[in-house]
Write a protein that binds this ligand. Structure first.
Ligand SMILES: Nc1ncnc2c1ncn2[C@@H]1O[C@H](COP(=O)(O)OP(=O)(O)OP(=O)(O)O)[C@@H](O)[C@H]1O
Ligand SMILES: [Mg+2]
Length: 368
């Protein structure tokens, strides 16, 4: 059990800075997911926590104690890698037991520990097989077993599910969460998959270009994104970004002007005349065939079963909307869009910052 703190971690490879003042506090037992595009520095951050890489500046603290002088083995953290890193010539039991190689335990004790972990992960029948004779999901479980058996203070996961097919990924997501409920351990989990981040995290850390853009609960990063980057990265299909200008009581949009609902006015106060971006999730565009408001043309229709996604072309932008599955729309139709402005996020077009900064339970974040 441990609390993990990252304090202004910076990392450069030669002249390239890949992590810039990354600060984060993970309380004991919290499950934190770090998400961001490829190359934003997620693995580097995890490797620094694990001790596989040294930070150029900043400090990692476990229970308030700096760990930079400790080797990976001394840190009592366990890392699960994307490629599982199992030993092909060892059985499943030996692979799991390998996590205990440093522990001073009697052989019978080790065997009992392996059996206990195998029971927890439901891989008891596989203990005598070698990794080559396992499915991807089973290998993933063995890799987790090797980490769990050490009873580490902190779990580090680096994209552990990206080699699995969609169905198995979903199953393993809930298994890892169930495991965390059974053995609540401080966890830092890295992925570039925003669905994984949203479904698994107690809190999500959104990274971009070596910096933290926002730290928040899944609901916070979805509903109150701090920046246009977070708004665009979280959510599928992507949030709609509509250029706008606030004048008096009205919002000037491309080709139309809308009155601003009273509830929204306080959020725009002081921003008259500025270039803004109105961020609206696809579920916050209401399609009215033949209707008024913003007029656009239906381009593509994607039924998913439970809902239908509609992609629309407007001369100034491309938009997406979520509708009921039984929509009567078809490509080429002109439709009106009602914008649920009460649900919108408003961004300064120049800085990309939300006009209303989200709640800050946030450590070491960017300031404008
Ligand atoms: N040893 C190294 N030497 C030089 N540059 C490196 C080294 N390791 C990583 N980088 C660079 O640092 C940046 C961050 O890499 P990192 O592996 O942390 O990204 P990531 O967020 O994990 O990406 P992905 O989602 O693709 O795994 C990348 O631009 C990468 O090229
Ligand atoms: Mg990586």
């Amino acid at each position: 059990m441990a609390k993990l703190d990252l304090s202004a971690i910076t990392k450069s490879f030669g002249a390239t800075r890949v992590l810039d003042q990354v600060s984060l506090s993970v309380p004991d037992r919290e499950f934190v997911v770090v998400v961001g595009p490829s190359g934003c520095g997620k693995s580097t951050l995890l490797r620094i926590v694990a001790g596989l890489e040294a930070a150029s500046a900043g400090e990692v603290l476990l229970d308030d104690r700096p760990v930079s002088q400790l080797s990976p083995g001394q840190r009592n953290v366990a890392m699960v890698f994307q490629n599982y890193a199992l030993y092909p010539h060892l059985t499943v039991a030996a692979n799991i037991g390998f996590g205990l190689r440093r522990a001073r335990m009697r052989r019978a004790e080790k065997r009992e520990a392996v059996a206990r972990v195998a029971r927890l992960l439901e891989i008891e029948p596989l203990l005598n097989r070698r990794p080559g004779a396992l499915s991807g999901g089973q290998r993933q479980r063995v890799a987790m077993g090797r980490a769990i058996i050490r009873n580490p203070a902190v779990f580090l996961f680096d994209e552990p599910l990206s080699n699995l097919d969609a169905r198995l990924r979903m199953q393993m997501r809930s298994e890892i969460r169930a495991l965390h409920r059974a053995v609540p351990t401080t966890t830092l989990y890295v992925t570039h998959d925003q669905i994984e981040a949203m479904t698994m995290a107690d809190r999500v850390v959104v990274m971009n270009g070596g910096r933290i853009e926002q730290i928040g609960t899944p609901t916070e990063v979805y509903s109150a994104p701090r920046t246009t980057f977070v708004a665009g990265f979280i959510g599928m299909p992507s949030i709609n970004m509509i250029p706008a200008r606030y004048r008096g009581d009205a919002l000037e949009l491309p080709s139309t002007t809308l009155p601003v609902p009273a509830a929204v006015k306080p959020r725009l106060a002081g921003h008259a005349g500025r270039d803004l971006l109105v961020g609206l999730r696809p579920e916050h565009l209401d399609i009215r065939p033949g209707g008024d408001g913003l007029v656009a043309e239906v381009d593509q229709i994607e039924p998913t079963g439970s809902e239908t996604l509609v992609y629309l072309d407007h001369p100034a932008m491309r938009l997406s909307a979520r509708t009921a599955p039984d929509t009567a729309l078809s490509p080429g139709m002109q439709v009106g869009l009602r914008l649920l402005l009460e649900r919108a996020s408003f961004f300064d077009a120049e800085t990309g910052l939300n006009l209303v900064p989200p709640p800050s339970n946030l450590t070491g974040e960017l300031t404008a």
